[in-house]
Design a protein around this ligand. Structure first.
Ligand code: PLP
Length: 378
């Protein structure tokens, strides 16, 4: 037996140079609009802190996260760039966030009062971005209440309680016509804010999808998540590569066992697959506990021995099997689940298509048992 090549059992390698290059590429496309790098959910599973640093180096001027805890963790780690957090626990005390200089996305009249209350009790004056619902029906101030909210915000601004640094909304990215309607609603909301005397520096609406395809949605700032990670926001077959982007995450492991089986051999729980001819099976030590969905059973594929080979049988909690055919494979060989297509590996976008989801979910759900390793300049 030849010596087993050294390498980790399983790991997600994150290429920080790819993050930098993707941000720089998007910044170039959207200029003069600025870029907010969205690093919520541990940077879509890539690691919030290293990705935040790389994104800022790539030209992002601001970071975006969902909740205040994510923002505070970045501050505690020494990130001093502007950070916006926009999804809040209803009972949250905003004081720690305000004192840490976190900008607050405000989605309702009561949230505005909650922020003002924290300042009244001694927190530093707030920086807020008012969010208006332009048609997604998620969070954001309802259009009927917008006038009241902007007037109250202006009052609080005049009293020195807060600064309205931004006005924003979020698109459904359903169709051009739906985007048009949301753009019109956003323009009306901006007018109302202006009429109330607000002069926000950052008007923002687009995430990656509209940032790349709708120049009229770029305003002052675009909020970029998925594109920065090198994946596509579109469900139309457009790949990250088509957009000039490089997938930053490679999910890989080492073959844990190899066996030759005869025709008729059944594979994995429920024996949903049987070999139709003698073949070689390779055991891969990643399973649904690691975020490799059970929906990939019989659908996903991996790069093994220089070829793209199918997953056969059920994906289990810790492991799955690949039909290596007659490709020579040995225990310890590298297996790549997804990564940069220029290496011959499947992409996370292809995994998404094969398993009925989106690339966002493929990378974000990679579990805590998979160590992240960083490549590229730190
Ligand atoms: C997650 C998120 C984004 C980033 O979206 P991408 O499609 O990943 O670019 C932007 N804005 C808001 C409000 C978000 O929640």
């Amino acid at each position: 037996m030849s010596p087993v090549a050294p390498g980790p059992f399983r790991e997600a390698v994150v290429d920080l140079d790819a993050i930098r290059a993707n941000v720089a590429r998007i910044a170039d496309v959207v200029a003069p609009a600025a870029v907010m790098a969205v690093v919520k959910a541990d940077a879509y599973g890539h690691g919030a802190l290293p990705v935040a640093r790389a994104a800022l180096e790539g030209g992002a001027g601001m970071l975006g996260v969902a909740d205040v805890d994510e923002a505070l963790a970045l501050r505690a780690a020494g990130i001093d760039a502007p950070i916006l957090a926009w999804l809040h626990d209803p009972g949250l005390d905003f004081a720690p966030a305000l004192d840490a200089g976190i900008a607050i996305g405000v989605s309702s009249a009561s949230q505005l009062e909650q922020v003002a209350g924290a300042v009244a009790r001694g927190a530093v004056p707030a920086t807020v971005h008012l969010k208006v619902d332009t048609g997604l029906s998620r969070n954001g101030v309802e259009p009927a209440r917008w006038d009241t909210v902007v007037e109250r915000a202006r009052e609080l601004e005049a009293s020195g309680t807060l600064t309205v640094d931004g006005v924003f909304s979020h698109l459904a990215n359903a169709s051009d016509a739906d985007d048009d309607a949301q753009l019109a609603a956003f323009a009306a909301a901006l007018e109302a804010a202006d009429a109330a005397g607000l002069r926000p520096t950052h008007r923002h609406l687009a995430s990656t999808a509209a940032a790349l395809r709708r120049p009229d949605a770029r305003f002052d700032l675009v909020r970029v998540g998925i594109g920065m990670y090198g994946l596509t926001p579109y469900g139309d077959g457009t790949t990250g590569a088509d957009l000039g982007l490089v997938p930053a995450m490679t999910l890989r492991g080492r073959v844990a066992a190899v066996r030759r089986v005869g025709a008729g051999a059944g594979v994995s729980y429920d024996l949903t697959w049987r070999a139709s001819a003698p073949t070689t099976l390779a055991l891969v030590p990643l399973g649904y506990a690691d975020g490799v969905t059970r929906h990939a059973s019989g659908r996903g594929s991996v790069l093994l021995g220089g070829a793209v080979r199918p997953i056969v049988g059920r994906v289990a909690m810790d492991q799955f099997l690949v039909d290596a055919g007659d490709v020579p494979v040995e225990t310890g060989d590298e297996v790549v689940l997804f990564g940069d297509p220029s290496t011959g590996a499947p992409t996370a976008d292809e995994w998404a298509d094969a398993t009925g989801t989106i690339g966002y979910e493929i990378v974000t759900r990679i579990g805590p048992r998979v160590p992240r390793r960083y490549r590229g300049a730190p």
